[in-house]
Design a protein around this ligand. Sequence first.
Ligand SMILES: Nc1nc2c(ncn2[C@H]2C[C@H](O)[C@@H](COP(=O)(O)OP(=O)(O)OP(=O)(O)O)O2)c(=O)[nH]1
Ligand SMILES: Nc1ncnc2c1ncn2[C@@H]1O[C@H](COP(=O)(O)OP(=O)(O)O)[C@@H](O)[C@H]1O
Length: 229
Amino acid sequence: MAKLFRAVIMGPPGSGKGTISERIAQRFGLTRLSSGDFIRENIAANTDAGVLAKTYIERGLLVPDHVMTRLLLPRLEEMTRHSWLMDGFPRTLAQAEALNSTCDLDLVISLNIPYETLKERLSDRWIHPASGRVYNMGFNPPHVQGRDDISGEPLIQHDDDKPEALVARLRHYKDVAKPIIDLYKSKGILHTFSGTETDRIWPYINSLLSTKIPMEGTHRTQRPCTRGY
Ligand SMILES: Nc1nc2c(ncn2[C@H]2C[C@H](O)[C@@H](COP(=O)(O)OP(=O)(O)OP(=O)(O)O)O2)c(=O)[nH]1
Ligand SMILES: Nc1ncnc2c1ncn2[C@@H]1O[C@H](COP(=O)(O)OP(=O)(O)O)[C@@H](O)[C@H]1O
């Protein structure tokens, strides 16, 4: 029987996590989860955690670990029938440890992309906030300028994609990601992909996942997101 599959994708801002997650979700039928989208949904719905999270995001800060885990872990525990890929969580070692005590991950993808490449990409990134679809005016422009391909709704640019904010984000990523990457390496589930172009990295990710993920339509088992099952 097909086994459910749970994975995390990590990488600095602009490394292509959103773009690659979307491809993985389409190709393998995984549910794509994004911590940022989830927080934005909670802010829009005015939940207690959303209101609290907003006060941090507005100041350009990470949402504290206890708020993130309270928001996300119950959601993951509900996903007993879906294979999923998580983007944006864990972002600290404490989050990784909390996830580890709730869920057995099958695989972690870590993207290793040069700084100059990241800077170029992010200055040209546009997003459809409702779906999380990302566009780049050179790499994958929308069919109609400024509009999402599927909904036709307007695209927006995040303030923190500006160059001055980016340097600090990248430095911060390096510091906090190192212990998380070490943790997943020690568990033997880390796969690192390096390069300057998503289209060149994608075939390697695709072939790795083809050997690991049951294809869409074969998700027959139920697997609680709890250790020990
Ligand atoms: N020129 C070029 N642009 C790319 C390539 N791959 C992705 N992009 C574009 C799409 C976006 O506009 C931007 C960043 O990609 P993503 O939003 O997928 O990155 P990621 O989710 O890691 O960023 P985040 O953590 O949300 O800031 O770069 C590539 O190979 N070449
Ligand atoms: N795992 C997380 N831990 C703490 N804060 C988070 C986490 N994921 C998202 N956030 C908060 O939500 C914001 C938006 O997240 P995201 O959409 O991933 O965009 P970005 O990382 O590009 O800022 C982040 O800047 C951060 O404040």
